[in-house]
Design a protein around this ligand. Structure first.
Ligand code: PEP
Ligand code: MG
Length: 836
């Protein structure tokens, strides 16, 4: 029921009234959620401001939407960022759908508890369907529960793009897309997932085009780019709540690239006779016989099908593929293969896509067979994606082809398995993610494709599996005779088509020598690494999960030098709670036997964003609120993580590392906080606390930091980016972002000297630690711990054993005076040649 009567809202709380524009939250203060008012509460219970029905309650009990009898929808939000509390400190007194009366208690809350953990206690009352109603404020500085606070009056009739008989059930809003790369498959899947959580039907509009939010393919087909302004319209009983959730998913969330598997800088070789040049999607050098992988061939469509039977056949095939993907997901999840999990979770959502199903059903109703109907529905969408002019979206059509092939195989009863010659180089027009998983099980040597790109899902998976892969080789790769022996030199982005017997032998020898060297190094990987003159260098591992830690331990790591805890926080819709974190960290400690584990506090911001932790848009994100600076914005996130870290055992084996520190006060603040938490948790000792040296300011302040830190760990990836003023992910600058630049070496030397004044040790956990050419330099400059990728532990230990620390020290000093990274590299090769 909706009417034009003026509705009076009574104060739901007592306390000083705060203007919406003064509320310390960008989203609310900018009124994107709607007009409203804030109250700084003095009481501990939220009361209904009028009669109405509860139309939405947050699972975390910190917010509730009430629909008044006149149709006005009122969001009552308790505190800022209180969703982080996951319901702790709130007691919900009513249920979704309940009829409530003015003055009825709705939510009781613990003011002290929330005050200690959240940014602000201010409670908000926001009108979320402001297109139909407006607020009239009664000028008063203090609110008293039950006393008149505001009036709500109906606006004059408002036009909407899709007007219905019941305008109060509609909501509209607009937002700028901040997803890196635009609205591609993973963010589209997130929007769909969000939309499915509500009863309302939601659509996304851009210009004259629109798509339902429950269809990934139709969202993708809008071709929405980063920074595009889009509109969202929702229609249904929970339209406002749906709108807010979808706007948040579109505007605030960026998908996070897995921090440990980044795309290599695209290398393309120039064409030479006897070679095809392509783009390196995953590095390596291999030789082997060519094997073509072809897709399923569609049999002719004979027509005259019975639609009911075809629908049943399609549904059975979809169910089979769904089951297969679910098994893949379980395995990926169990082994924390984050990329693989995200890719196949999107496939699962695509399989249920309403646009694909609808198109298939229509074709079947017109007499097509299920196989043709499904295949054509996919082709139509692929054509649209390819026509949008976005490489990223065009690459995503390969995911659709993957599903096309899988469902066709299920419909036609084909297994998809094939017999490959040993050590084959597999070629295809374009392989799909599931082809890749199947091929990995068959021990192929390498992959090459006529099409594809270095950022495709197949490329991401190939890198994660260490399988050399070339893409974009052109159609010529499909004309080579099956079985022909090739050399796939992904390192140099070329496919050698007619390698001589000598060349094949050379590649074979190189590969064999690498394997033998690796095997030799593995024999001593579990022994300590001592230089020839007896200096012990700790060789630890960089890990992102307990699975990685187990691999590091098996490969001889002396400890974990860097656990990037972001893995626990990304690709989820809510923050991990304290217990989840304790379990995850404890698993890593347990996987490492009796070795120490350095756990870095969450390092998001910059290009790493979290779905549930909106960060402000920034002009220069890598210079913005990232790393430890997140504590400034969301102190409760760091607080919860520190609490979890203090609860793993034994404390002596757990070391805490702080990212992106630039000044001593940041360290002192966390130290004090840790000390306070130790008292609160009844702990007699706290874990060692270290600081990452990854901005030049920290390197220059190393002495001052070392006075208060237990150890320093140099992050050469960021230190290079900030010292050289070159984006570490800039494809065109990739070769120049070299941490062996003399400027970096000077900062490392300065860091070690500063730490030595306070008898603190220095480690390196950036990628430079894994570069054997750099090992003597780092030891010479004073580094005593190197944290490397798990598979390189044996290699780096072997390198250490060939060195004389005294000599490293004297030669390294001279390198500081060289003119460039190239000159340093050359000098290293001269002074410390590699021996087999
Ligand atoms: C670094 O910056 O060197 C580092 C180890 O941190 P990350 O690569 O996770 O930014
Ligand atoms: Mg870093």
């Amino acid at each position: 029921m909706h009417n034009n009567k003026k509705l009076t809202l009574n104060a739901p709380l007592s306390g000083p009234v705060v203007k919406l524009s003064h509320v310390p939250d960008d989203v609310f203060s900018s009124a994107v959620m709607g007009d409203g008012i804030g109250i700084d509460p003095l009481n501990d219970c939220l009361f209904a401001p009028c009669d109405g029905v509860v139309v939405h309650v947050a699972k975390t009990a910190h917010a509730l939407t009430l629909r008044a009898e006149n149709g006005a929808e009122l969001l009552m939000h308790l505190g800022i960022d209180t969703f982080e509390l996951q319901g702790e400190g709130f007691e919900l007194l009513v249920k979704n759908g309940a009829q409530v009366y003015s003055g009825q208690p709705l939510i009781r809350f613990d003011l002290d508890y929330i005050a200690q953990r959240c940014k602000s206690l201010i409670r908000l009352l926001v009108l979320t369907n402001g297109e139909q109603f407006e607020l009239q404020f009664l000028e008063q500085s203090t609110a008293q529960v039950g006393e008149p606070l505001l009036h709500v009056v109906a606006r004059q009739a408002v036009g909407t793009p899709e007007a219905t008989d019941n305008p109060s059930l509609q909501a509209q809003g607009s937002v700028r897309i901040t997803h890196k790369g635009g609205l591609h498959a993973r963010p589209a899947a997130l929007v769909r997932q969000t939309a499915l959580g509500f009863k309302s039907a939601s659509r996304l509009h851009i210009g004259a085009n629109s798509a339902p939010c429950d269809s990934i393919v139709r969202l993708l087909a809008l071709g929405i780019s980063e920074q595009d302004e889009v509109q969202v319209s929702c229609e249904g009983e929970d339209a406002d709540a749906a709108l807010q959730a979808i706007l948040a998913a579109l505007g605030k969330v960026r998908s996070v690239p897995a921090p440990h598997v980044s795309a290599p800088a695209p290398i393309r070789a120039s064409n030479q006779p006897g070679q095809l040049s392509g783009v390196c999607a995953a590095p390596g050098l291999v030789s082997g016989p060519l094997f073509y992988l072809t897709g399923v061939q569609l049999p002719p469509d004979l027509g005259n099908y019975i639609p009911e039977q075809q629908i049943l056949a399609l549904n059975t095939a979809l169910e089979q593929v769904r089951g297969e993907i679910q098994l893949t997901l379980i395995a990926a999840r169990a082994q924390r293969r984050v990329d693989e999990e995200a890719i196949f979770a999107t496939h699962l959502a695509l399989l249920e896509d309403s646009a694909l199903l609808q198109a298939s059903h229509i074709a079947i109703a017109q007499g097509r067979g299920a196989a043709h109907a499904w295949s054509e529905a996919i082709e139509q969408q692929c054509t649209i994606l390819k026509s949008l002019g976005s490489t990223l979206l065009a690459e995503r059509s390969n995911d659709l082809r993957d599903l096309q092939q899988r469902v066709l195989r299920a419909l036609l009863g084909e297994s998809g398995q094939c017999q490959l010659p040993p050590g084959a180089i597999v070629a295809a027009f374009e392989l799909t993610p599931s082809d890749l998983l199947m091929l990995c099980e068959q021990n192929v040597a390498g992959l090459c494709m006529a099409a594809g790109g270095a950022t495709s899902h197949v490329a991401i998976l190939a890198r994660g599996k260490g399988l050399p892969c070339l893409v974009a080789l052109g159609r010529e790769v499909l004309d080579l005779p099956d079985g022909q022996h090739l050399v796939l030199d992904a390192d140099n982005a070329r496919l050698e088509l007619a390698p001589t017997a000598e060349r094949i032998e050379q590649v074979r020898q190189t590969t064999l020598a690498r394997q033998q060297r690796f095997a030799r190094q593995q024999v001593h990987a579990h022994e300590p690494a001592l230089t020839r003159d007896g200096l012990h260098i700790e060789i630890a591992a960089n890990v992102a999960s307990s699975h990685d830690a187990a691999s590091a331990h098996a490969n001889g790591a002396d400890g974990v030098g860097l656990l990037r805890t972001e893995f626990l926080f990304v690709d989820r819709s809510t923050a991990p709670n304290e217990q989840e974190q304790i379990t995850a960290y404890q698993d890593v400690l347990d996987a490492m036997g009796d070795k120490p584990v350095i756990i870095r506090t969450i390092d998001v911001g910059g290009d790493k964003q979290l779905d549930y932790l909106p960060l402000p848009d920034e002009a220069n994100p890598v210079l913005g609120l990232r790393g430890i600076r997140l504590a400034q914005l969301h102190p409760q996130v760091l607080d919860r993580q520190l609490r979890a870290l203090l609860q793993v055992s034994p404390t002596q084996r757990c070391r805490i590392l702080l990212p992106m520190i630039t000044e001593v006060d940041e360290l002192l603040h966390i130290r004090q906080q840790l000390d306070a938490l130790c008292i609160e948790l009844g702990l007699s000792e706290r874990p060692q606390l270290g600081v990452m040296i990854e901005v030049p300011a920290a390197a220059l302040m190393a002495e001052q930091l070392a006075e208060h830190a237990d150890f320093l760990s140099i992050g050469t990836n960021d230190l290079s980016q900030y010292t050289l003023a070159m984006d570490r992910d800039h494809a065109g600058l990739a070769a120049r972002v070299d941490a062996l630049h003399p400027a970096l070496l000077r900062l490392i030397a300065h860091t070690c000297a500063g730490a030595a004044l306070h008898q603190r040790w220095v480690g390196v956990c950036g990628a430079l630690a894994s570069d054997p050419l750099a090992t003597p330099v780092l030891i010479g400059l004073g580094v005593r711990e190197l944290s490397v990728s798990p598979l390189q532990i044996g290699e780096i230990k072997d390198r250490v054993r060939q060195l004389d620390a005294g000599m490293c020290q004297s030669i390294s000093k001279t390198l500081l005076n060289l003119s460039s990274a190239g000159a340093v590299r050359e000098a290293c090769r001269q002074h410390w040649p590699f021996s087999d």
